[in-house]
Design a protein. Structure first.
Length: 150
């Protein structure tokens, strides 16, 4: 009986910590999820053109400990890294996506790893919220806010 109770508690705790809630049409939800995967790849590839294309023209980002950054050019400049630095890992784990008409939001956690010029690897993680807008049948990020967690 004790092992069954422990198993049930473990299962409940595990399912709660990884539960996800996705509300909206399957097609739109899949596009937002795929856009998120693509964005991580653009960051790892330093593909600044596609990073910029991931945002609406009037997008705003809210990086940790900075002022609000507005517009595609400024956002792309924020994401640029030196040539001798590499983002070796970038992953976004969505906890919830909710679509309301032509706008949506999602939130969750991100994680990544940066390789410095001396070869040192630096791991980082945090939480985020993204507000999406549907532009010409494509979901793009309009507001993007994140900050680190320890």
């Amino acid at each position: 009986m004790k092992s069954i109770t422990i198993s049930l508690i473990s299962l409940f705790t595990f399912s709660q910590s990884f539960s996800q809630e996705f509300i909206g049409s399957k097609i739109d939800l899949e596009q937002i999820k795929q856009n998120t995967i693509n964005f991580s790849q653009y960051v790892m590839d330093s593909n600044y053109e596609m990073i910029g294309a991931s945002y609406t023209l009037d997008a705003k980002i809210f990086p940790n400990n900075t002022l609000i950054i507005e517009g595609t050019k400024a956002i792309v400049n924020y994401w640029k890294i030196p040539d001798d630095v590499q983002i070796t890992h970038h992953k976004i784990s969505q906890k919830e996506i909710k679509i309301i008409g032509d706008e949506a939001y999602d939130y969750g956690y991100y994680e990544g790893q940066t390789k410095k010029p001396n070869g040192e690897l630096v791991d980082w993680k945090g939480k985020y919220v993204i507000v999406w807008r549907k532009v010409n049948n494509t979901w793009k990020m309009y507001l993007d806010i994140w900050n680190g967690v320890k």
